[in-house]
Design a protein around this ligand. Structure first.
Ligand code: SF4
Ligand code: SF4
Length: 197
């Protein structure tokens, strides 16, 4: 079965990677994205097309020049993930727990990685100091190819990240193009591009 009339690369279009631009554009589309979330929840569009597009975009974004997810996420860790980190760092799990984690305010069985003013405690510049042993939450973000969440559920969480994550911002915008979504809200960019009805 064919999913696209054009190739995913063509739908992806020009991928914006500049983080200042992403923040500006993502902020300017906040209300539009909330409306879009309502729209996809109310209409049936297959989630696999969004995944294919997002995977295409993911290949064009270099996460090592961004690391925003490591700066702005709260990462939960379960006991087996703490053991993995301990093994990787050649430490005792109790020591990793004490030094690098804090109680999870939302759950009793998990903890969260500690944060510094620059983000996750394991963030070293733009790189992860425990990359091979990073928790599942970090491996899966931005949940492009993983999980069985519905399109509405996915877009809902992506709306929160559109001004921080270039993969998510570009995936949302290219998906809107793909399904022919026209926002009733005009941003300066829409007016300049003539893309408003
Ligand atoms: S925020 Fe998005 S683009 Fe940036 S490092 Fe994380 S996944 Fe990659
Ligand atoms: S553990 Fe690594 S990948 Fe996960 S948030 Fe921290 S620095 Fe980022």
């Amino acid at each position: 079965m064919r999913l696209f009339f054009m190739s995913p690369k063509e739908y992806a279009g020009h991928v914006v990677t500049n983080l200042v631009e992403i923040r500006r554009l993502g902020e300017s589309k906040k209300t539009e994205n909330l409306n879009f979330r309502r729209y996809v929840t109310a209409h049936h569009h297959p989630v696999d097309r969004l995944q294919v597009l997002a995977e295409e975009i993911q290949q064009q974004v270099d996460c090592t020049v961004c690391a925003n997810c490591c700066r702005y996420s709260i990462v939960t860790v379960n006991p087996s993930e703490i053991e993995n980190i301990a093994l990787y760092l050649r430490m005792e799990p109790e020591e990793v727990t004490r030094q690098y984690t804090a109680p999870d305010p939302d759950a009793r069985t998990t903890r969260v990685l500690r944060s510094t003013k620059d983000g996750c405690i394991f963030l070293d510049g733009n790189l992860c100091a425990i990359y091979e042993a990073r928790p599942k939450t970090c491996r899966d973000f931005p949940y492009v190819a993983h999980g069985k969440r519905s399109l509405g559920g996915r877009v809902s969480s992506w709306c929160r990240w559109a001004s921080l994550c270039p993969i998510i911002y570009n995936a949302l915008e290219s998906y809107k193009r793909l399904i022919g979504y026209r926002s009733p809200i005009q941003t300066p960019e829409d007016v300049a591009n003539g893309s408003v009805q």
